[in-house]
Ligand binder design. Sequence first.
Ligand code: CA
Length: 242
Amino acid sequence: MQNKKSTYLAKTGFTRIDLRAVLIDMDGVLYDSMPYHAAAWYEAIASLGIPCTREEFFMYEGRTGASTIDLIFNREYGRDATDAEKESIYRHKTELFSAKGVARPMPGAADFLHEVKAHGLTPVLVTGSGQQSLLGKLNCDYPDIFSPQTMVTAFDVKYGKPHPEPYLMGLKKTGVEAWQALVVENAPLGVEAGTAARIFTVAVNTGPLADKVLLDAGADILLPDMTTLAADFDTIYRNLNH
Ligand code: CA
């Protein structure tokens, strides 16, 4: 763990870590919603006769819908989708996602948030999601954790992950520097965004991708799930703040 800290300091040029806040992604971290998103994407794209796999949509997590559709269209047809195509495909995907029911809170996430608060740190939500259904659920499933001042959503930023903007906005809203925060992410593009913002980034591999994908994206440490992160949080905190 100490060598992970040394590597981070050498990489960023910072001289210390003094934790004040934890910037937390939503889909795949606080909610077990990614299998629903991936299945909805797969069904929407496959219904057009375009070959694709469920797993590839875990790689695109964090991209905007329009950018995901363009990526698929360029592979299949060698061109971007038109605005009308994007609108129609994204609407279909959203309908398929909603029909799958309510995503359940990720096992271990409530314990993890409790640990964050118990260590005197501010939990901050940083998501590219603008799904009002999930954002509305947040205060029911995780009461008294987040407030509008400690939430960055699709409505707050111009660029999605892997651009660092969402995490930089999280730092700004909280009034802390990059070396005073941790990022918790499950997706390769989210990990890229966290490290591009020069924040120590914890990857939790809650999906089907190989660990290597998250490590190659720049994760400072990798854990298998949120339950492990909750159990190890005190150790991580002590080692980083040491
Ligand atoms: Ca995520």
